[in-house]
Design a protein around this ligand. Structure first.
Ligand code: PHE
Length: 482
């Protein structure tokens, strides 16, 4: 309606000088007129110019007096025409604020005699305040002296009013042309598609937000947080020493580990923690006898390509222990999937670089039973329910278990991971409370994948010899499908 009113008016008039007056004349809400102007402007039907006007509008208090009368008149009318009324009694008739203002204004106007008793001093009064407020409400102009007094009483405030003056635009037409946005079956059947004007396709329009999966907060709370594994280069300290792996351990030999030439050593380690790690290696503590050898800082400083993602677990646990000291202990579940490196002879089942799925749960009261349960659950979801556990040895876990799964192709049990409960010699120097336990595992990503997809040479799965065709042809997801 507003749109048609504007277009029709401009058909016979040069200009709509003031959208406010125009709205009042048409009896349409100004906001509606403004919306129509904006939309018509967008399609170049009209040109518009801003008009800003300062107008006085009533405050809430002003609106109340415009409706009910000013306090002074209300008060005057409550005083009997003849005789008088006790002030206390008069007060009971009013809300305290109205009474106070009424008394002071009516007194000032010399309308009433105020004392213990209140009586009228004049026969009749006019409610000038109410009349002025009503005029302002209607948009009429009033004198500056009156404005000042209403403003002083906070009954009116200045408001900036925004409107437009409007003229025909370059695409003006007395009626807005309707564009079709869809080509329907009816259009085709009736043949009216030939006459229809179609709306141009807007390639810049944003598409509807895409639907995707979301996590309920309860699920999130149950979830594993991903560890930041974005560092292939690690110091021996976090890869070995923090994990209570002695410095003479064969894994720390260059036959098993790639050490870095440049930079060959790490720049920074947390010194007080390094000291506690040294102590536990040399002489034990926390109920341990240690290894009884001379721990060397230079050995810990050496940079290497991380041999397991457990290096990141040790960093994360150290951080968690620091946080525990400040804010108390919060149980955590962490995971990561990333690459590790070992200086190994390459064969059908071994590569010098491969991926590990690392996980840990840190909480009070955890047992080996929890670890077995978590691992069985994990592999079952990948479609592998035939698991075996074998006691093993890691310097950082006790007890430790290797995990085996049956490989149909090989016709034998294949080791797919290693796990255990982190030793107190690792957790205590970090600063964890004594009763906090950590169950942890490091799984090969390649091995279970080979088992699931029946690949019997690891080099067909990873590295430069992988057949790209095989990747292109393989379905996105096969997990659990026989
Ligand atoms: N770091 C071990 C490996 O590389 C795996 C492991 C992780 C074992 C955590 C126990 C605990 O084989």
């Amino acid at each position: 309606m507003a749109e048609q009113a504007i277009l029709s008016y401009l058909e016979t008039h040069e200009e709509i000088a003031d959208s406010g007056n125009f709205a009042a004349e048409c009896g349409i809400d100004h906001a509606e007129i403004v919306n129509a102007i904006k939309s018509l402007h967008g399609f170049l039907y009209v040109e518009s110019q801003d008009i800003k006007k300062e107008t006085w509008v009533l405050t809430d208090e002003g609106k109340k007096y415009a409706a009910e009368g000013s306090p002074e008149v209300q008060l005057f009318l409550a005083v009997p025409a003849e005789g008088s009324i006790a002030k206390d009694e008069l007060q009971k008739k009013f809300d305290p604020a109205i009474f106070k203002i009424g008394c002071s204004q009516a007194g000032k106007n010399k309308w009433v005699e105020m004392g213990r008793q209140v009586s009228r001093k004049v026969v009749q009064v006019e409610d000038k305040v109410k009349d002025l407020l009503l005029k302002i409400q209607k948009g009429q102009v009033i004198g500056q002296v009156d404005i000042n007094s209403l403003k002083a009483r906070k009954l009116i405030v200045l408001q900036t009013w925004k409107g437009y003056s409007v003229r025909k635009g370059p695409s003006y037409a007395p009626q807005r042309e309707k564009f079709a946005t869809d080509l329907t079956r009816e259009n085709l059947q009736s043949g009216d598609w030939k006459k229809l004007k179609f709306k141009e396709y807007n390639f810049n329009a944003k598409g509807p937000p895409s639907e995707c999966g979301h996590l309920h907060p309860l699920n999130k709370a149950r979830c594993f947080e991903e560890m930041p594994t974005n560092r292939y280069v690690e110091s021996s300290f976090w890869n070995f020493d923090a994990l209570f792996q002695p410095q003479q351990h064969p894994a720390r030999d260059s036959h098993d580990t790639f050490f870095l030439k440049t930079p060959s050593t790490t720049m920074q380690l947390p010194e007080d923690y390094v000291e506690r790690v040294k102590q536990v290696h040399e002489s034990g503590g926390y109920g341990s006898r240690g290894y009884n050898y001379e721990w060397k800082r230079e050995e810990a400083n050496k940079n290497l390509l991380r041999t397991h993602t457990t290096a990141i677990s040790s960093r994360m646990l150290y951080k968690l222990a620091q946080d525990t000291k400040q804010n108390g202990f919060t149980p955590k579940k962490y995971f990561s999937i990333d690459r590790v490196f070992r200086n190994e002879a390459v064969d059908r089942t071994h590569l010098a670089e491969f991926h590990q799925i690392e996980g840990l749960i840190c909480d009070r009261g955890l047992t080996l039973g929890h670890l077995i349960g978590v691992l069985e659950d994990f592999f079952k979801r990948l479609g592998m329910s035939n698991l075996r556990f074998k006691p093993a040895y890691n310097p950082y876990t006790e007890p430790s278990m290797e995990i085996f799964s049956y490989h149909e192709g090989f016709g034998k049990w294949v080791e797919i991971g290693n796990s255990g409960m982190f030793r107190p010699e690792m957790l205590q120097p970090m600063g964890f409370p004594e009763d906090v336990r950590v169950i942890a595992w490091g799984l090969s990503l390649e091995r279970p994948t080979m088992i699931l997809y029946g690949i019997d040479n690891i080099r067909d799965l990873f590295g430069h010899r992988v057949d790209l065709d095989l990747i292109k042809k393989s379905p996105l997801c096969l997990i659990g499908i026989k």
